[in-house]
Structure formats: structure tokens, C-alpha cells
Ligand binder design. Structure first.
Ligand SMILES: *Cc1c(COP(=O)(O)O)cnc(C)c1O
Length: 391
């Protein structure tokens, strides 16, 4: 049986071109970018060329882009770095209830340090309300951090409007753009974004490498102390093969971004229609149109997500229920709870996240498999039996 990978929001495979670009930097050009000798200078040159490549995809100057070990580190750095560096000016931060745990758990850590955090509610599609954002702003608010695209339900936040509000109030605006990057064109200037987190392994690059854009002039503390790498802001010998792979992945993602979005959304719409047309008592979660081109999140009544995942896995389909980080825990997803789903319905949710390697045949097979599996699970549910019986 062929494996069908529909968990691209958890991570993506590394593209062949990306891998090939990386290999020489493990074996031939393996110098430390801080070394004076020729090997070191070669590493330094490719490091700066890669920075230029990635920064360009954000319309950012290269010197404002810093490599990190991934999205989680970038989120930690942005929030802890800005709050700690500016605590004489304020102690308040605004975020949302549907952020990735890299943001939410960082906020909780900051609260233990004495900072204050407002967690905005979202509407039933998963978007914050702008009037509530405005109302939450205080004289001591330093930072607004709202994700670009949600990793569970795919909903896009009103980033342009948030940027405008932040700028009008002279508050810094950070966005976790890990899911958005490579799926929508991002211009940090046009959107008034002051800081932005991205990660390579969500765009067909390697794991363990990411980056943070920091607008020029922002006061931010270091998170990782040590050597003078990354203009003295992020210590540690640079992960040159990872950085080269990240740059290649960034380049490929932006060479035909519109084509990628068109292909992916066509597959997504086919999958959603197929499942929603054939399975009763199902709810399509997230915004109907303002969403990630590959994200499908559907909640099925009268079943458990774990059972669904196991039976789909037995049919070769790799999927997720809620976020990868929460699977294994019995708590329903904080995102699904925030959009107003009940515990039971949230538990019966399925996330299928499509990527560049999925095909129409895989989508059609999945539609059929989901229908069969849901029916099988419901056949075992006494509750569903009563619903069908009409009592
Ligand atoms: C995957 C993800 C992260 C974490 O990125 P890592 O590189 O895995 O640390 C953060 N935020 C969002 C929205 C994500 O999807």
C-alpha cells in the first residue's frame, strides 16, 4: 500500500533540489563561517547570499533577517526579546487564543516574569475582531503578536488591518508567519510588520532552521548568548547546510507561488466538496475563503479523532487531528474550542493538510476512505444509532 501524506502543516518533505543544494555544504564546503581561512570565507559568503535570498522573499533588507533554529525559537526570541528589552516602557502584550504553542507558552512564561498578556477571542471562523484589538490596547502595550495563518484550521488573520492599528498606536507588531510563508506573498513594509517568524521545514526545506525578521531600530534582547554570530544577536556556529537548504526552498516557493496556490486550492476544494457531499453531520472548520490553500479541517459528529486517525493510517493516509503538538494529549485543541466547538465535536476533528506532492488520485482515494472510516466508527456509536433512528 502506498502512503499518502496529508500532514504538510506538521512538516513537509525536503525537495530534491533543496537536498542537492545542501549536500556539498556537509562534505566539501564545511568551513565555520567565523574562520579567517578560505573554507571559512566560503561559508561566510554562502551564508550572506542565503540571507539575501530569504530576506528578498519578504521584501526585507538582508541585514534585518536573522537565522534561528526554527519557528519556535523565532517566536520565543521576538516576544521575550522585545518585552524584556523594553520593560521600562511597558509590560503589556496582546495576542490571540488560537496561536501556536510556541507563542502561547512563551506568553505564559512572560506572565511568570511579571508581564501582562491579553489573549483575544476569535470569531467562529477563527479571526480576531479588530474592535476588540483596539479596545485591548493600553498605554503600556509594547507588542501585538498575531499569527498570519492558523496551523490547525488554516484561517488567515486580518494582518493588514492589524498592522495599520499597531502603527497608528506606535505599538510593535510581530506575526508568526510559519504557515503563511510560501503560501501567500508577504511584504513586511506594505503590511507594517515589525517582526516575523518563519521556518524552513514547512516549505520543503530542512528541519531545525528558521528565521526572524526584525525591523531596523527595534530594541530586542538576545535569546541565545555566546559568540558574535548573526551580528552579535544570535550566537552559535551557523547551520550552513540548513541555511543553504532554507534559501533554496525559499527560492523555489517564490518562483511560482501563484501556481502553487492555484494547484493546492483546487485539490483542497475537491477534497472538501467530496467529503462534505458524502458524509453527513460534518462541519468544515475555519474561514470559507480566507485560508491556507492546502488546509482542510473537518469535525465529524459522533466519532473520536484518534479512532479516525488510526483507521485512516491503516489505509495509508497520514493525517492529523488538531495540531501535531497536541496529538497524544487528551485535551481538545485550544483552537477548535476557541471557535466555539463543543468538546465532543472538537474531538472528532480531522486535519488533512495538502502539499506540492499530493495528487488528484490521492484526494479521491482519501474522500472514499474518510467516508468509509467515519461510517464504520459511527456504526459503533450508540449515540449515532439514536440519531439515525430519529429519536
Ligand atoms: C510549525 C509551526 C511553528 C514551529 O516551528 P518549528 O520550526 O517547528 O519550531 C510555529 N508556529 C506555527 C504556526 C507553526 O505551524
Amino acid at each position: 500500500m502506498k502512503a499518502i501524506y496529508m500532514d504538510n502543516s506538521a512538516t513537509t518533505p525536503v525537495k530534491q533540489e533543496v537536498l542537492e543544494a545542501m549536500i556539498p555544504y556537509f562534505t566539501t564546503y564545511y568551513g565555520n563561517a567565523s574562520s579567517i581561512h578560505g573554507f571559512g570565507q566560503e561559508a561566510k559568503a554562502v551564508l550572506e547570499a542565503s540571507r539575501e535570498t530569504v530576506a528578498k522573499t519578504l521584501n526585507a533588507p538582508a541585514e534585518c533577517f536573522y537565522f534561528t533554529a526554527g519557528g519556535s525559537e523565532s517566536d520565543n526570541w521576538a516576544l521575550k526579546g522585545v518585552m524584556r528589552a523594553n520593560k521600562a516602557k511597558g509590560k503589556h502584550l496582546i495576542t490571540s487564543k488560537v496561536e501556536h504553542h510556541a507563542i502561547l507558552h512563551t506568553c505564559q512564561a512572560l506572565e511568570k516574569e511579571g508581564f501582562e498578556v491579553t489573549y483575544l477571542d476569535v470569531d467562529e471562523d477563527g479571526r480576531i475582531r479588530l474592535d476588540e484589538l483596539e479596545a485591548a490596547i493600553r498605554p503600556d502595550t509594547l507588542l501585538i503578536s498575531i499569527m498570519f495563518i492558523n496551523n490547525e484550521i488554516g484561517t488567515m488573520m486580518p494582518i493588514e488591518e492589524i498592522g495599520r492599528i499597531a502603527k497608528a498606536h506606535k505599538i510593535l507588531f510581530h506575526t508568526d508567519a510559519v504557515q503563511a510563508y510560501g503560501n501567500i506573498r508577504i511584504d513586511v513594509d506594505a503590511l507594517n510588520i515589525d517582526m516575523l517568524s518563519i521556518s524552513a521545514h514547512k516549505v520543503y526545506g530542512p528541519k531545525g532552521i528558521g528565521g526572524l525578521y526584525i525591523r531596523k531600530g527595534i530594541r530586542i534582547q538576545n535569546l541565545i548568548e555566546g559568540g558574535a554570530q548573526e551580528r552579535r544577536r544570535r550566537a552559535g556556529t551557523e547551520n550552513i547546510p540548513g541555511i543553504v537548504g532554507f534559501a533554496k526552498a525559499a527560492e523555489l516557493a517564490h518562483a511560482d507561488l501563484e501556481g502553487h496556490v492555484a494547484r493546492l486550492s483546487a485539490l483542497r476544494d475537491r477534497l472538501v466538496k467530496g467529503v462534505m457531499d458524502s458524509v453527513p453531520y460534518a462541519k468544515y472548520n475555519g474561514h470559507p475563503t480566507l485560508r491556507h490553500p492546502g488546509n482542510v479541517n473537518i469535525a465529524f459528529q459522533y466519532i473520536e479523532g484518534e479512532g479516525l486517525l488510526l483507521l485512516l493510517n491503516a489505509k495509508g493516509i497520514q493525517a492529523s487531528s488538531g495540531s501535531a503538538c497536541t496529538s497524544g494529549s487528551l485535551d481538545p485543541s485550544h483552537v477548535l474550542m476557541s471557535i466555539g466547538l463543543s468538546h465532543e465535536i472538537a474531538h472528532g476533528s480531522l486535519r488533512l493538510s495538502l502539499g506540492d506532492f499530493n495528487t488528484e488520485e490521492e484526494v479521491d482515494y482519501t474522500i472514499e476512505a474518510v467516508g468509509e472510516v467515519v461510517e464504520r466508527l459511527r456504526a459503533m456509536s450508540p449515540l449515532y444509532d439514536r440519531v439515525k433512528g430519529g429519536n
